[in-house]
Design a protein around this ligand. Structure first.
Ligand code: A2P
Length: 297
């Protein structure tokens, strides 16, 4: 299928008219220090201008350092970070969480700020008021010009419905675990109907889809690799993929998704993979607390 974008820096338009580059560089599971630093450095050298991080990833300092050292002009970059659970027990702490993130990043503002997780286990009995308070903080940060857009991540339909009861400003983005193995058809339709851009983290199924034999056949047919097929699938669906890699060669190849198109049969093959990948993490059951031990205290 044809798409409008034909390079990394082409953009989607958010519901507040902010332009967001169609592919973002993911940093979830890139360790703080050399690994995250080099990954972001290589991504910026390769021409990525959209970088996605989070307080919970524990790598904001390295990401920020790589941005600083790259010499890329701030206004040419699109940087996303996210508010983590332990700093959103109330409105004031949510504001503090943002301040801590931009301090670690070494930035004056970000381009997109997201509530990372809708139902933290420790606040399970009052997630509705918790999200309303955090959202009020997000709106304040947005109105103060400290972020150019605001949104949510891992939110299901019911979380957004609930948020909208008290929100003054609707979310611009919902970032979810999304790839052909877990297509979230109802949720992406919901996002679209609410003018919320769907961003896909783990567009490669955290790597789990890369050995799929059907995808290998498709990749051979187009003379590309499986990762490129998966990233292209996201774009053709109108989603914004955030592929993550710590290898320069993958960072380079993952951007080469503009010189081929998937046809009707390819889409049929990809659509049939729904349910076969590693599935999204249920926000009710999980918290990611274990993967961010430094944030547990
Ligand atoms: P690595 O970080 O070691 O380079 P996702 O974006 O779905 O979370 O997937 C990320 C995983 O896929 C990581 O393990 C990453 O490895 C791997 N990966 C990223 N790009 C490629 C690629 N082009 N070929 C093979 N593996 C890749």
């Amino acid at each position: 299928m044809e798409i409008k974008a034909n390079k990394l820096t082409d953009t989607y338009t958010l519901n507040n008219n902010v332009q967001i580059p169609v592919i973002g560089f993911g940093t979830w599971q890139s360790a703080d220090g050399e690994e995250a630093y080099n990954a972001v450095k290589w991504a910026l050298e390769a021409g990525y201008r959209h970088i996605d991080t989070a307080a919970a990833y524990g790598n904001e300092e390295s990401v920020g350092q790589a941005i600083k050292d790259s010499g890329v002009k701030r206004e040419d970059l699109f940087v996303t970070t996210k508010l983590w659970n332990y700093q959103r027990d109330n409105y004031e702490n949510s504001l503090r969480g943002f301040h801590d993130s931009i301090t670690r990043l070494g930035l004056d503002y970000v381009d997109l700020y997201l509530i990372h997780w809708p139902e933290p286990i420790e606040y399970r009995d009052h997630w509705q008021s918790l999200n309303a308070d955090s959202w009020r903080a997000m709106e304040k940060i947005y109105k103060d010009g400290k972020t150019r857009a605001i949104g949510v991540s891992n939110f299901r339909e019911k979380h957004i419905d609930e948020l909208m009861k008290t929100a003054e400003i609707a979310p611009m983005v919902n970032q979810i675990f999304l790839n052909p193995g877990d297509q979230e058809k109802d949720l992406v339709t919901y996002n679209k109907n609410h003018n919320i851009l769907t961003e896909a983290y783990s567009p490669l199924g955290t790597g789990n889809l890369l050995d799929n034999p059907e995808l290998k056949k498709l990749a051979d047919k187009h003379g590309v690799d499986v990762a490129q097929i998966l990233i292209r699938w996201n774009l053709e669906k109108g989603y914004l993929p955030l592929p993550k890699s710590t290898h320069q060669k993958y960072i380079e190849s993952n951007k080469k998704v503009f010189s081929f198109q998937l046809d009707y049969d390819d889409h049929k093959t990809l659509d049939a993979l729904d349910g076969q990948g590693k599935q999204h993490t249920d926000p009710y059951e999980h918290n990611f607390q274990k993967v961010v031990p430094f944030l547990n205290n």
